[in-house]
Design a protein around this ligand. Structure first.
Ligand SMILES: *Cc1c(COP(=O)(O)O)cnc(C)c1O
Length: 226
Protein backbone atom coordinates (compact mmCIF):
# COMPACT_ATOMS: atom_id res chain seq x y z
CA UNK A 1 0.00 0.00 0.00
CA UNK A 2 1.32 3.49 -0.65
CA UNK A 3 1.60 6.14 2.02
CA UNK A 4 -1.22 8.20 0.59
CA UNK A 5 -3.68 5.29 0.64
CA UNK A 6 -2.70 4.34 4.20
CA UNK A 7 -3.07 7.93 5.38
CA UNK A 8 -6.50 8.11 3.77
CA UNK A 9 -7.66 4.92 5.48
CA UNK A 10 -6.34 5.96 8.88
CA UNK A 11 -7.90 9.41 8.60
CA UNK A 12 -11.22 7.86 7.61
CA UNK A 13 -11.22 5.43 10.55
CA UNK A 14 -10.23 8.15 13.03
CA UNK A 15 -12.94 10.46 11.67
CA UNK A 16 -15.60 7.76 12.01
CA UNK A 17 -14.46 6.95 15.57
CA UNK A 18 -14.64 10.64 16.38
CA UNK A 19 -18.22 10.95 15.10
CA UNK A 20 -19.35 7.87 17.00
CA UNK A 21 -17.71 8.85 20.29
CA UNK A 22 -19.37 12.26 20.19
CA UNK A 23 -22.74 10.56 19.71
CA UNK A 24 -21.94 8.66 22.93
CA UNK A 25 -20.62 11.68 24.85
CA UNK A 26 -18.29 14.61 24.34
CA UNK A 27 -16.16 13.23 27.16
CA UNK A 28 -15.97 9.69 25.84
CA UNK A 29 -12.46 8.65 24.76
CA UNK A 30 -11.80 5.71 22.43
CA UNK A 31 -8.51 4.00 21.71
CA UNK A 32 -7.76 2.50 18.30
CA UNK A 33 -5.90 -0.81 18.14
CA UNK A 34 -4.80 -1.71 14.60
CA UNK A 35 -5.16 -5.44 13.95
CA UNK A 36 -2.23 -6.32 11.72
CA UNK A 37 -2.92 -10.02 11.08
CA UNK A 38 -3.81 -9.43 7.40
CA UNK A 39 -0.92 -7.24 6.47
CA UNK A 40 2.81 -6.95 5.95
CA UNK A 41 5.55 -5.56 8.15
CA UNK A 42 6.03 -2.75 5.63
CA UNK A 43 2.44 -1.63 6.11
CA UNK A 44 2.78 -1.79 9.88
CA UNK A 45 5.85 0.46 9.61
CA UNK A 46 3.89 2.82 7.39
CA UNK A 47 0.99 3.06 9.83
CA UNK A 48 3.40 3.48 12.73
CA UNK A 49 5.06 6.30 10.84
CA UNK A 50 1.64 7.95 10.46
CA UNK A 51 1.26 7.93 14.24
CA UNK A 52 -0.45 4.66 15.14
CA UNK A 53 1.14 3.00 18.20
CA UNK A 54 -1.12 0.10 19.29
CA UNK A 55 -1.21 -3.04 17.15
CA UNK A 56 -2.67 -6.51 17.69
CA UNK A 57 -2.08 -10.06 16.52
CA UNK A 58 -4.24 -13.13 17.12
CA UNK A 59 -1.61 -15.87 16.98
CA UNK A 60 1.35 -16.23 19.32
CA UNK A 61 3.73 -17.16 16.52
CA UNK A 62 2.69 -14.19 14.35
CA UNK A 63 3.08 -11.91 17.35
CA UNK A 64 6.57 -13.29 17.92
CA UNK A 65 7.57 -12.77 14.27
CA UNK A 66 6.24 -9.22 14.19
CA UNK A 67 7.77 -8.24 17.51
CA UNK A 68 11.13 -9.51 16.37
CA UNK A 69 11.09 -7.89 12.94
CA UNK A 70 9.75 -4.59 14.28
CA UNK A 71 11.73 -4.49 17.50
CA UNK A 72 13.28 -1.16 16.51
CA UNK A 73 9.81 0.44 16.93
CA UNK A 74 8.29 1.05 20.38
CA UNK A 75 4.96 -0.52 19.38
CA UNK A 76 2.36 -1.37 22.01
CA UNK A 77 1.49 -5.00 21.17
CA UNK A 78 -1.83 -6.62 22.05
CA UNK A 79 -2.62 -10.32 21.89
CA UNK A 80 -6.25 -10.93 20.88
CA UNK A 81 -6.47 -14.60 19.88
CA UNK A 82 -7.22 -17.91 21.48
CA UNK A 83 -4.34 -18.91 23.75
CA UNK A 84 -3.56 -22.61 23.90
CA UNK A 85 -2.04 -23.69 27.19
CA UNK A 86 1.11 -24.96 25.50
CA UNK A 87 1.74 -21.43 24.19
CA UNK A 88 1.54 -19.70 27.56
CA UNK A 89 5.29 -19.69 28.17
CA UNK A 90 5.93 -18.31 24.71
CA UNK A 91 3.46 -15.48 25.26
CA UNK A 92 5.01 -14.69 28.64
CA UNK A 93 8.45 -14.47 27.06
CA UNK A 94 7.07 -12.01 24.49
CA UNK A 95 5.54 -9.96 27.33
CA UNK A 96 2.94 -8.08 25.24
CA UNK A 97 1.44 -4.83 26.48
CA UNK A 98 -1.92 -6.52 26.94
CA UNK A 99 -3.61 -9.88 26.50
CA UNK A 100 -7.29 -9.39 25.63
CA UNK A 101 -8.55 -12.94 25.35
CA UNK A 102 -8.62 -14.52 28.78
CA UNK A 103 -11.60 -16.81 28.30
CA UNK A 104 -11.76 -19.30 31.19
CA UNK A 105 -10.79 -19.78 34.82
CA UNK A 106 -8.75 -22.76 33.73
CA UNK A 107 -6.64 -20.64 31.37
CA UNK A 108 -6.34 -17.90 34.00
CA UNK A 109 -5.02 -20.36 36.58
CA UNK A 110 -2.51 -21.84 34.13
CA UNK A 111 -1.36 -18.35 33.15
CA UNK A 112 -1.16 -17.31 36.82
CA UNK A 113 1.08 -20.27 37.64
CA UNK A 114 3.54 -19.47 34.85
CA UNK A 115 3.52 -15.75 35.55
CA UNK A 116 4.33 -16.41 39.20
CA UNK A 117 7.21 -18.72 38.21
CA UNK A 118 8.67 -15.93 36.09
CA UNK A 119 7.85 -13.31 38.72
CA UNK A 120 5.90 -11.31 36.13
CA UNK A 121 2.50 -9.74 35.77
CA UNK A 122 0.34 -9.38 32.65
CA UNK A 123 -2.42 -6.93 31.89
CA UNK A 124 -5.44 -8.89 30.66
CA UNK A 125 -9.02 -8.44 29.56
CA UNK A 126 -11.62 -11.12 30.12
CA UNK A 127 -13.24 -12.16 26.85
CA UNK A 128 -17.02 -12.49 26.94
CA UNK A 129 -18.98 -14.62 24.50
CA UNK A 130 -21.66 -11.97 24.43
CA UNK A 131 -23.93 -13.60 21.84
CA UNK A 132 -23.35 -17.09 23.29
CA UNK A 133 -22.15 -18.45 19.97
CA UNK A 134 -20.85 -22.02 19.88
CA UNK A 135 -17.99 -21.15 17.57
CA UNK A 136 -16.72 -18.31 19.68
CA UNK A 137 -14.35 -18.12 22.61
CA UNK A 138 -15.24 -16.24 25.77
CA UNK A 139 -17.04 -16.76 29.01
CA UNK A 140 -20.80 -17.01 29.34
CA UNK A 141 -22.23 -13.53 30.04
CA UNK A 142 -24.22 -14.85 32.98
CA UNK A 143 -21.08 -16.15 34.66
CA UNK A 144 -18.82 -13.28 33.65
CA UNK A 145 -19.09 -11.14 36.75
CA UNK A 146 -18.44 -14.00 39.19
CA UNK A 147 -15.59 -15.29 37.09
CA UNK A 148 -13.99 -11.87 36.89
CA UNK A 149 -14.02 -11.65 40.69
CA UNK A 150 -12.70 -15.16 41.04
CA UNK A 151 -9.77 -14.45 38.71
CA UNK A 152 -9.10 -11.18 40.48
CA UNK A 153 -9.00 -12.94 43.85
CA UNK A 154 -7.04 -16.04 42.90
CA UNK A 155 -4.62 -14.74 40.24
CA UNK A 156 -2.50 -11.94 41.74
CA UNK A 157 -0.11 -11.86 38.77
CA UNK A 158 -2.96 -11.23 36.33
CA UNK A 159 -3.77 -7.54 36.21
CA UNK A 160 -7.40 -7.54 35.05
CA UNK A 161 -8.20 -4.29 33.26
CA UNK A 162 -11.66 -4.95 31.86
CA UNK A 163 -13.52 -6.93 29.23
CA UNK A 164 -13.37 -7.75 25.53
CA UNK A 165 -15.97 -9.14 23.15
CA UNK A 166 -16.52 -9.88 19.49
CA UNK A 167 -19.95 -8.69 18.36
CA UNK A 168 -22.58 -11.22 17.28
CA UNK A 169 -21.84 -12.71 13.88
CA UNK A 170 -24.86 -11.53 11.89
CA UNK A 171 -25.99 -8.68 9.65
CA UNK A 172 -28.91 -8.07 11.97
CA UNK A 173 -27.69 -4.94 13.76
CA UNK A 174 -30.27 -5.24 16.54
CA UNK A 175 -28.69 -8.57 17.50
CA UNK A 176 -25.18 -7.12 17.29
CA UNK A 177 -26.30 -4.20 19.43
CA UNK A 178 -27.72 -6.57 22.02
CA UNK A 179 -24.35 -8.34 22.30
CA UNK A 180 -22.58 -5.02 22.87
CA UNK A 181 -25.15 -3.93 25.43
CA UNK A 182 -24.75 -7.21 27.28
CA UNK A 183 -20.99 -6.69 27.42
CA UNK A 184 -21.20 -3.04 28.42
CA UNK A 185 -23.60 -3.97 31.21
CA UNK A 186 -21.08 -6.41 32.65
CA UNK A 187 -18.30 -3.82 32.24
CA UNK A 188 -20.39 -1.23 34.03
CA UNK A 189 -20.94 -3.52 36.99
CA UNK A 190 -17.21 -4.32 37.12
CA UNK A 191 -16.11 -0.68 37.18
CA UNK A 192 -16.20 -0.71 40.97
CA UNK A 193 -13.76 -3.63 40.80
CA UNK A 194 -11.33 -1.54 38.76
CA UNK A 195 -12.41 -2.46 35.21
CA UNK A 196 -11.41 0.39 32.90
CA UNK A 197 -11.33 -1.05 29.39
CA UNK A 198 -14.30 -2.21 27.32
CA UNK A 199 -12.78 -3.55 24.10
CA UNK A 200 -15.45 -4.06 21.44
CA UNK A 201 -15.99 -3.12 17.83
CA UNK A 202 -14.28 -4.28 14.62
CA UNK A 203 -14.33 -3.03 11.02
CA UNK A 204 -18.01 -3.85 10.47
CA UNK A 205 -19.50 -2.72 13.75
CA UNK A 206 -17.17 -0.31 15.59
CA UNK A 207 -19.45 2.72 15.42
CA UNK A 208 -22.31 0.80 16.99
CA UNK A 209 -19.90 -0.59 19.61
CA UNK A 210 -18.72 2.92 20.54
CA UNK A 211 -22.31 4.12 20.81
CA UNK A 212 -22.85 1.23 23.23
CA UNK A 213 -19.91 2.39 25.36
CA UNK A 214 -16.82 0.72 23.92
CA UNK A 215 -13.59 2.59 24.68
CA UNK A 216 -11.26 0.39 22.62
CA UNK A 217 -11.84 -0.72 19.03
CA UNK A 218 -9.84 -3.39 17.19
CA UNK A 219 -9.74 -2.66 13.49
CA UNK A 220 -8.04 -4.74 10.79
CA UNK A 221 -9.72 -4.96 7.37
CA UNK A 222 -10.61 -1.29 7.07
CA UNK A 223 -6.98 -0.31 7.52
CA UNK A 224 -5.18 -3.15 5.78
CA UNK A 225 -7.32 -5.28 3.44
CA UNK A 226 -6.07 -4.88 -0.12
C1 LIG B 1 -9.27 -10.10 13.21
C2 LIG B 1 -9.78 -9.57 14.51
C3 LIG B 1 -10.21 -8.24 14.61
C4 LIG B 1 -10.25 -7.28 13.43
O1 LIG B 1 -11.28 -7.64 12.57
P1 LIG B 1 -11.67 -6.73 11.28
O2 LIG B 1 -13.05 -7.12 10.98
O3 LIG B 1 -10.71 -7.12 10.21
O4 LIG B 1 -11.55 -5.32 11.65
C5 LIG B 1 -10.64 -7.79 15.85
N1 LIG B 1 -10.67 -8.61 16.94
C6 LIG B 1 -10.27 -9.89 16.88
C7 LIG B 1 -10.32 -10.72 18.11
C8 LIG B 1 -9.82 -10.43 15.67
O5 LIG B 1 -9.43 -11.70 15.61
Amino acid sequence: MDRYEMQKRLDDVIWRIEQARIRRSEHHIVKLVAVSKYTTEENIRLLYDLGQRAFAENRVQSLADRMEKLEDLPIEWHFIGRLQKNKINHLIRLNPFMMQSLDSLDLAEALQKRLAEHDMTMECLMQINSAREESKAGVDPQKAQDLYMQIKDSCPNIDLRGVMTIGAHTDDMTVVKKSFETTYDIFDRLKKEGARICSMGMSNDFELAIECGSNMVRIGSLLFRE
